[in-house]
Unconditional design. Structure first.
Length: 271
């Protein structure tokens, strides 16, 4: 996909992000949502489902024939394997934060081209700003459709910042510290920590447990546009975001200068 094609999609998407943001801010401020619990024990609101319908309808009409997968639309989780273009949507990433009244929730929209994360949008409704990346540009932070700054303050492995991991038992975290010579911090979150190296608190992110494509496709595209390397694995084998699944067993986002022995260890060590 060309730079022009990506930019056309981004310009089309931006006003819809702002519309979604207005709705979410109003619903959170007015507490005009109902909360329920999903089968996996996580919270979901009717705002999640309404926003899922909003994005599914918009994208399917604007880009007919392209795969669209949303967290809250389970029928979309079965899609054609090897789809050339696949959208992954998390209508509210951080539902618990949204419910608690925190500003730290996001809208995630990622487009994967031939299975590769290629277009990533992370929108923060409460601050009305958009983090965006594609393969032809440096990652950018937009404060309006025409106002942005490029993200240059990214982390190198040599900065020796902590590594953030998800789903690692203490013994594995200890082994990681010994091989990487970095402090290892545990987290239960994905998107916010994947982009953490853009503003300095960590050097990278590794998930050792099942992670949904809608949580990582958009941040992965953004981080790759900032010069990082990302990969998903299923059952120990590298795979792509159009493999017919919606979850991977392992994911990493690490600086481009991460030592090869560290990459090999992250990929092969038992979780």
């Amino acid at each position: 996909m060309t730079e022009k094609e990506f930019n056309t999609r981004f310009r089309w998407l931006y006003p819809h992000l702002e519309e979604a943001g207005r709705k979410l801010r109003m619903q959170q401020h007015n507490r005009s949502f109902q909360v329920s619990i999903k089968d996996d024990g996580s919270k979901v609101t009717d705002s999640d489902r309404q926003m899922s319908d909003f994005w599914m309808d918009l994208l399917e009409k604007a880009f007919p024939g392209e795969t669209v997968v949303s967290e809250e639309d389970t029928t979309s989780h079965s899609y054609p394997r090897n789809s050339s273009t696949a959208w992954y949507i998390d209508p509210i990433d951080g539902t618990s934060k949204f419910v608690d009244g925190s500003p730290n929730y996001f809208v995630l929209i990622g487009l994967c081209v031939d299975g590769k994360p290629s277009f990533g949008v992370l929108y923060q409704p409460e601050r009305n700003c958009v983090l965006y990346g594609n393969p032809h540009i440096r990652a950018r932070l937009y404060t309006s459709p025409k106002e942005f700054r490029e993200i240059h303050n990214t982390i190198s492995w040599r900065h020796q910042m902590p590594l953030v991991v998800k789903g690692a038992q203490p013994v594995l975290r200890d082994r990681l510290e010994s091989i990487t010579h970095l402090p290892v911090r545990r987290t239960s979150n994905s998107a916010h920590n994947i982009i953490g190296p853009l503003n300095g608190p960590s050097s990278g992110f590794v998930s050792f447990r099942r992670t949904a494509y809608w949580d990582i496709a958009a941040p992965a595209a953004i981080m790759e546009s900032a010069g990082f390397q990302t990969r998903i694995l299923n059952h120990g084998e590298p795979t792509r975001y159009n493999d017919g699944n919606v979850y991977c067993n392992r994911f990493y986002c690490l600086p481009s200068d991460t030592p090869e022995e560290v990459i090999e260890y992250v990929m092969t060590v038992p979780g």
